[in-house]
Design a protein around this ligand. Structure first.
Ligand SMILES: C[S@@+](CC[C@H](N)C(=O)[O-])C[C@H]1O[C@@H](n2cnc3c(N)ncnc32)[C@H](O)[C@@H]1O
Length: 187
């Protein structure tokens, strides 16, 4: 929605956002064939840039034109300004898909289908703090994972890693996070 896009543009102008590469991306991206990668809701491109440096041809999708403008000009990076609510992924296109700090359950099936055989999915985002006091989390349940959700929905992938943990965000607030890594089984 246009309104949400403007809200994200404003957040990027006014709030600190993570700029380092998530540990899980650094650890598991090298397991993928260095072919085509997708960064879902790429933001200002912390993972897009890192993966392009590793040699991946990156599709970087986000609807914030402000965030996309921060991506460097690079033949290995394709900026795609699109609303993921209605963006269709091409089946069998990617060796690696990264989805960090973003949740759109509508995309679960198409993410799995968009992986090539033996392609790797790295998925990390906020986990429901289940009403526990002292935790910050996105206001809508649509944007927070349930405990155990990712291994369940991506059960057809070979699981390589799963954890649920507590972290402190850049504003010093406690958050819960879940991380799943899986590999699509060979045909
Ligand atoms: C918390 S940021 C995460 C950015 C990046 N994945 C990272 O981990 O640094 C969430 C991103 O999702 C994007 N976003 C939210 N809803 C979207 C939608 N419907 N379509 C495309 N992008 C969206 C925002 O513009 C923002 O860049």
């Amino acid at each position: 929605m246009l309104e949400d896009k403007q809200r994200w543009n404003e957040k990027y102008r006014t709030m600190p956002m993570p700029s380092g590469v998530a540990a899980v991306v650094a650890r598991f991206a090298p397991l993928a064939v260095t072919g085509r990668g997708l960064d879902i809701a790429c933001g200002t491109g912390r993972h897009t840039h890192y993966l392009a440096d590793l040699g991946f041809e990156m599709d970087a999708v986000d609807y914030s034109d402000y965030a996309l403008a921060q991506l460097r000009d690079d033949a290995k990076i394709r900026r795609i300004e699109a609303d993921l609510d209605s963006y269709d992924l091409e089946p069998g296109r990617y060796d690696l898909i990264v989805n960090c700090n973003y949740l759109d359950r509508r995309m679960y099936a198409s993410i799995e289908a968009a992986l090539k055989a033996e392609g790797i999915l790295i998925f990390e985002t906020f986990l429901d703090a289940a009403g526990e006091a002292g935790y910050h989390q996105p206001s809508s349940p649509d944007f927070v994972l349930r405990s155990g959700e990712l291994p369940e929905v991506f059960g057809a992938l070979e699981p390589l890693h799963y954890d649920e943990r507590e972290e402190v965000n850049l504003r010093g607030e406690k958050v819960r996070v879940a991380t799943f890594v899986g590999r699509k089984r060979p045909l």
